[in-house]
Each structure stands twice: as C-alpha cells, then as structure tokens.
Design a protein around this ligand. Structure first.
Ligand code: ATP
Ligand code: MG
Length: 414
C-alpha cells in the first residue's frame, strides 16, 4: 500500500477529552474514528489489525476446538430474554418494531443460539457441538472512557458448546483453556495474560477469565507467583488462598488487568429455560449441558496498544501488525520503488511511505503507526548497496544488502 494513497492521515494531537492511551494513539495513527463515546469506526489500518486478530481466533476455534462458525442477528426479540429472565439486565439496548413488538440489541447470544440449536438436536448422537461467531455486541455501558477497551458497540468472539455429559463438557472446557492460552500467545500477549478465577459461574464455583496485566485495566487481580494463575479481586473476599496451588492470599501480588476473555460453565441454565433436551441411549429426555466462551476482539486490539506502546507510538506484535514492513524512502525513490515491488511480489505486507515529507516526519509517523519492521532506503544506505532495517520494538538497526532484504524479512516472519 502506498501511503500517499491512504485516505487517512496521522494527527499530532487528539481532543483532551480522550483520556485513554489506546484511543489517543489509535486516533492519532488513523486506525479508528470516534463517532461518539464508546462507538468507533475501524479505518483501513485499524481494520487490518482487527481482521488479523479475528483470523487468529477463528482458526483456533475451528482447528483446535472443532467449532463451526455462524453469524447470528444483532436484533433479538425481548421475549427470549423474558424466557431466560435476563430481560432486566442493565446494559440492554431496547428498541421496538414499527407495528409493536419489543426488541433488544444483542449483548450476548445465548437467547438466540439455544433455540437455534434446539432445531437440530434430538438424540445424544447429535452431541457434542461448538458453535461460534465473531460479531458486534451492543451494551449500554455506563462508562465508556477507555477507548476500544470498553465499547458500547464492540466486536466479540462468542462460542457456545453443547454436551450430553459432564465428562464431555469438562474435557471441552479444559481444551478451551489451552486453546485460549495459545491464542493469546499468537496475539503477542501470552506472557502477560493470566488464567484467572472469577465469580459468575452458574453451576460451578467459578467462571474463568483471561486477564492481561496493564495499568489501563479496570479489574484487579491477585497474581500467584507460584502457579502463574490469578484470582479476580471481586471474588477474593471469600477466598483466602490461590484456588490452584493454595498459596496464601497475603503472598499474592495485586495487579491491574484487562479482561480479554471469559469462559463459563453454564450447566443447564439456558437449556432448562428453553427446554433444550436430547434423548439418551435409553430414550430418556435429558437437558443439554452448555458452556460459553468469549474473547473481546476489539478489546484485545486496545489491550495490545496499552501493553506495548512507548513514547513514540504503537508497537504492534508480529502477527497482528497492520503491515509487516513500513518502507521509507529518503530521497531514493527509484530504488525504493524496486524494493517495494519485490516485497509485493513476494507477498510481504508492506506500507510504502512514498510521500514528499522530511525524514523526521516520516520517522515520527512510522513510529506512531508501529508496523513490525521499518526498512529505510536512502542515498547513504545505497552507497553500500544496502538498506537499513529495524524492528519497531528494538533500537538496534541492521544494514542488509538490498538484494537480500526480501529473504531477510521472510526469515524473520517464519
Ligand atoms: P466487563 O467486566 O469488562 O464489563 P464482561 O465480563 O461483562 O466485561 P463478558 O460478558 O464476559 O464481558 O464478555 C466477553 C468478553 O468480551 C470480555 O471478556 C471482554 O474481553 C469483552 N467485552 C465485554 N464488554 C466489552 C465492552 N464493553 N467493550 C469491549 N469488549 C468487551
Ligand atoms: Mg466477563
């Protein structure tokens, strides 16, 4: 992509109302546009990041968990929420059909997926299944001051699993934990994201969250240095030691953290509400056992910004950077064109700053945008037939022969 053709531009400043770091940097970089508090458009650079996060999550859902993707509607009949008793929850956006009929905007999809799945299940042979989607959710959040960490409209991956037996559910639930760890690792936040015991389990003592340590977090977790798990402070009241390894509460470290995912054993709560049953081997009707599994896709994007940003701007991890290479030409247009074309030919994702701007401006914008690698072509580097390459998260620069730069980048990306 030629930067001269990008319709968005970077900005030096944003409104002083913008208090969160992720919103400031994403707005300045031209990744997002704010439409109102908690409601954002994703612009070309931002959408590339969002899609990469989505695709990492999607692939793991399909391949590691064998789940199937669907797309459910955003408008739901209120009736279904009366059935589950969730019609009074405070974050629901309410609306109406012209001819009457109460609707809500989907804040989660149990009320849709359970009746949907019910049409296709009759016997134990139809179980287990995992169904997921990646879709906008709507919540009338009272506070929306954290940029894309807390949207009133935001993107979530939500998976629902259906099982005949507790054993089957348990093994799937365990597998989902491994899959989540592997997802956060691929997203670049594996080292600072902790498996966390939290309240909200319907049929079990806990639900489980994945919490990324960051000063921007709205949650507080007690981190156990012994087993690397954590407990959400909201529930620690009743707990006096790490539920995993027994380390005493006084020896746990308190940290601010962002909830990037949450998995719940649902038991038969929703199956009972809708009468979702299957026939077991003896022909008896039994309620289906369920779990639900969320990941905040857009929140993860904001989290990555919060965790890795430095004074100069955003630092995207390798797998979700909007572009692998930011190619900067410093008065060496002809040679840079050639290198740009060889990157394109090799399928390397490259943003080419082909604009007439001073080196200082180009560097500053490049640091703000935060592509994984920066490649500079200048008269000076060309004296030795080379280009200069630098990782966004390192200070060190390396000179590489221009004929070898594509291979050099490909090897880094392997
Ligand atoms: P929170 O406690 O932060 O309000 P929640 O526990 O209500 O979140 P869940 O219902 O567990 O959220 O939703 C699943 C995931 O969706 C969360 O783990 C989080 O990553 C993401 N998420 C929830 N609310 C928002 C929001 N308003 N904006 C962006 N992401 C969100
Ligand atoms: Mg949650």
């Amino acid at each position: 992509m030629r930067q001269s053709k990008l319709f968005t531009k970077t900005r030096k400043e944003v409104s002083s109302e913008e208090v969160s770091l992720n919103a400031q940097l994403l707005l300045r970089g031209g990744f997002i546009n704010k439409e109102m508090a908690g409601v954002y458009s994703f612009l070309p650079l931002g959408l590339r990041v969002l899609k990469k996060i989505e695709n990492i999550v999607r692939k793991e859902m399909c391949e590691a968990l064998g789940a199937q993707e669907v797309l459910m509607p955003a408008i739901h009949p209120l009736e279904n929420y009366k059935t589950t008793g969730r019609d009074k929850i405070d974050v629901l956006f309410h609306t109406k059909l012209n001819g009457g009929g109460d609707l809500v905007l989907g804040q989660s999809h149990e009320e849709i997926v359970v009746p949907l799945f019910q049409r296709f299940v009759s016997s134990y042979k139809d179980l287990p299944h995992g169904i997921f989607q990646i879709q906008a959710k709507f919540r009338n959040e009272p506070r929306a001051k954290s940029g894309i960490l807390r949207g009133r409209e935001f993107l979530m991956k939500d998976l629902y699993s259906f099982h005949a037996t507790e054993e089957c559910f348990d093994s799937y639930y365990k597998k989902s934990q491994e899959t989540y760890h592997s997802i956060y690792k691929k997203l670049g936040i594996g080292d600072c994201t902790y498996f966390t015991f939290a309240s909200g389990g319907t049929f079990s003592k806990y639900s489980h969250e994945f919490q990324t340590v960051s000063p921007a977090g709205e949650d507080e977790i007690y981190l156990c240095g012994e087993c690397n798990n954590a407990v959400n402070k909201e529930i620690i009241g009743e707990v006096d030691a790490c539920p995993k390894c027994g380390r005493q509460k006084k020896d746990l470290q308190v940290k601010k953290a962002i909830e990037v995912g949450n998995i719940f054993p649902l038991g038969t709560k929703f199956s009972d509400a809708f009468g979702l049953t299957y026939k077991d081997e003896k022909g008896n009707d039994k309620p289906v056992i369920m779990g639900c599994y969320g990941i905040g896709i857009s929140r993860v994007m904001g989290t990555v910004v919060e965790v890795f940003a430095d004074k100069k701007g955003i630092v995207w991890p390798k797998n979700i950077a909007p572009y692998t290479v930011h190619l900067l030409s410093l008065s060496a247009e002809e040679e840079t064109e050639k290198i740009y074309n060889s990157f394109l030919k090799a399928g390397v994702e490259v943003l080419f700053d082909d604009r007439e701007k001073s080196p200082g401006e180009k560097f500053a914008e490049s640091d703000l945008i935060g592509a994984f690698l920066r490649v500079i072509v200048s008269k000076k580097t060309l004296e030795s037939d080379s280009v200069e390459i630098k990782r966004r998260n390192e200070e060190k620069t390396v000179l590489v022969k221009k004929s070898e730069i594509v291979k050099y980048v490909q090897e880094i990306m392997e």
